[in-house]
Design a protein around this ligand. Structure first.
Ligand code: FAD
Ligand code: FES
Length: 501
């Protein structure tokens, strides 16, 4: 790898290009934007993604793994899922050579735009992706008032997507899971109230009540209550049926998997299938029971659905499609068609519902989610919503949509935070999510609830493909396998397409 302190020819890089080198022991990315050169840390602060394989867009670089976006000028993590900045180095150009010099000091903290417009206090209901990203952004934006995160969970905000992936497979440690190190809450003066449920809100009086009987006032409120797993009543069930949403849910599955030989997973959803992959990694036999003809067909189309099914079958998962569970009795799971399966326990992955009960009770507008405008404001002044619970007007499809994607939840939390401080920033990010099955990751950018054509470029079987979902000739979404840069390019393309409103 080239030593960047010795200089790089300016001709080695065209505008928009980036090159990987090192300074001492650190890997550094040099990027060119027009006639300006930047040097930044080469790895994303989310999951260490290789930024050299990402995309330079304007004076930013985007990570190929989960689309975090960093400023090349300051290193700041402009868009989640990364929250922390990357390092920057000073660059000097002499003639046709660019030299990377010493590491630059991090930029000073932002000055509050106009503190007189800031709310007296901010309460965030929900200690998940959106809630934590909002608190993080409020402090980055130099909000100096009190911030409280109230969460029904017993654990601090954690990396929820990992609950069905490496953590469940036994390949990620407990201490990798928290989104913030434990002492950061005190350092950044964010009060974290755990195992506490907000039971009512009075938006006009700007107060809320907790399940322990206490009340709190707020200047502004963020509802980031996420979604709850759909729970089915199964005849005969007596503690063998587990769900997966929280850290404690995942720990419970890990504990039961320790002595299990066979598990039935109900639902061929992303979560059901990721749980299947994790359990197979632990050597547990898995049967998947689901009513659909092809897994994931409704969300990703039959092509990707069949590909994911064959991937799981190659790892020993047995599918029972077109079936549901009729009853559970001890270790016997009886399917609707009469088949009997053995299982030490059952994991349900049959979807989630937005957690709107609190908002509904407070009289906020609810329509298959908590309705927000483009600034993520609910129908009550001073009350915002973000994440799985929120249904927002998506400028790209021209429709009101609600999704269950980690990156969207965090980005909405960030935008809602800035808007609580008086910015009028529209939420216009193109939705993105990823899903991991063994050594294959699918990345999906855009949003297509309906499509009339699917274009497959490359080969899914060869694990090298880009699948476009089209409606009336317009590309609405793209799913890729092993084409991470193409997925970023599609994100940029989709950002440019805004439905007429
Ligand atoms: C196992 C699993 C794997 C996933 N994998 C992926 C993935 O690979 N890629 C992807 O894009 N997305 C994935 N997701 C989805 C992603 O995690 C969600 O989209 C994201 O967590 C939503 O964030 P949120 O902040 O809206 O809600 P959450 O993260 O669910 O947080 C909601 C919080 O609100 C709290 N709460 C609810 N009601 C109250 C109340 N009344 N009072 C106080 N607190 C309350 C809850 O306790 C919780 O802390 C996964 C989800 C799960 C469960
Ligand atoms: S590793 Fe960069 S966004 Fe996840």
């Amino acid at each position: 790898m080239i030593d960047l302190t010795l200089g790089v020819s300016v001709n080695a890089l065209s505008s928009g290009g980036a090159l990987l080198g090192r300074v001492g022991d650190e890997e550094v990315l040099v990027a060119r934007v027009g006639d300006r050169f930047f040097a930044v840390g080469a790895h994303c602060t989310h999951y260490h993604g290789p930024l050299a394989q990402g995309l330079v867009v304007g004076s930013t670089v985007r990570c190929p793994l989960h689309h975090a976006c960093f400023s090349l000028e300051t290193g700041e993590a402009l868009r989640a899922p990364a929250l922390d900045a990357i390092s920057c180095w000073r660059v000097e150009r002499r003639g046709d050579t660019v030299f990377v010099r010493e590491k630059a000091e991090p930029p000073p903290a932002a000055r509050p735009a106009d503190p007189r417009r800031h709310p007296s206090s901010i309460v965030i209901v929900g200690g998940g992706a959106a809630g934590l990203a909002a608190a993080d952004m409020l402090r980055r934006e130099a909000y100096e008032g009190p911030i409280a995160i109230i969460s029904a969970d017993p654990d601090p905000p954690i990396d929820r997507p990992n609950l069905s992936k490496d953590y469940l497979a036994g390949e990620a440690q407990e201490d990798w899971m928290p989104l913030w190190p434990p002492d950061l809450y005190a350092q950044r003066h964010v009060e974290l109230v755990l195992e506490s449920r907000v039971v009512s809100i009075d938006p006009a009086a700007r107060t809320l009540a907790l399940d322990n009987g206490t009340r709190r006032d707020f200047g502004a409120l963020l509802l980031a209550t996420g979604a709850d797993p759909v729970r089915l009543t199964i005849p005969g069930e007596g503690g063998q049926v587990l769900y997966l949403r929280s850290f404690s849910d995942s720990r419970a599955i890990v504990e039961r998997a320790g002595t299990a030989t066979r598990v039935v997973v109900v639902g061929a959803s992303f979560i059901g299938l990721e749980v299947s992959a994790a359990l197979r990694t632990r050597g547990v036999a898995v049967d998947v029971v689901a009513p659909e003809r092809v897994p994931l067909e409704r969300i990703m189309g039959a092509e990707i659905g069949r590909f994911v099914q064959s991937l799981h079958e190659a790892h020993g998962v047995v599918f029972h499609l077109g079936e549901t569970v009729a009853s559970v009795a001890g270790r016997t799971v009886t399917l609707s068609g009469g088949t009997k399966l053995e299982a030490d326990f059952v994991v349900m992955g049959v979807g989630v519902r937005p957690a709107v009960a609190l908002a509904e009770k407070a009289g906020l507008a609810v329509d298959r989610g908590l309705v927000v405008n483009e600034f993520l404001e609910t129908s009550a002044a001073g009350v915002f919503a973000a994440g799985d619970v929120a249904r927002w007007p998506d400028p790209h499809t021209g429709e009101r949509i609600r999704v269950e994607h980690w990156v969207v939840a965090e980005r909405q939390g960030q935008v809602a935070a800035r808007n609580m401080l008086g910015r009028r920033e529209r939420f216009d990010a193109v939705p993105f999510f990823w899903s991991q099955h063994y050594d294959v990751t699918i990345r999906y950018v855009g949003h297509a609830e309906r499509w009339d054509r699917v274009n497959v470029d490359g080969s899914l079987d060869a694990r090298d493909a880009s699948v476009s979902f089209m409606r009336e000739g317009k590309r609405l979404a793209v799913a890729t396998v092993s084409r991470d840069r193409e997925n970023l390019e599609a994100e940029v393309e989709l950002e440019g397409t805004t439905a007429a409103r």
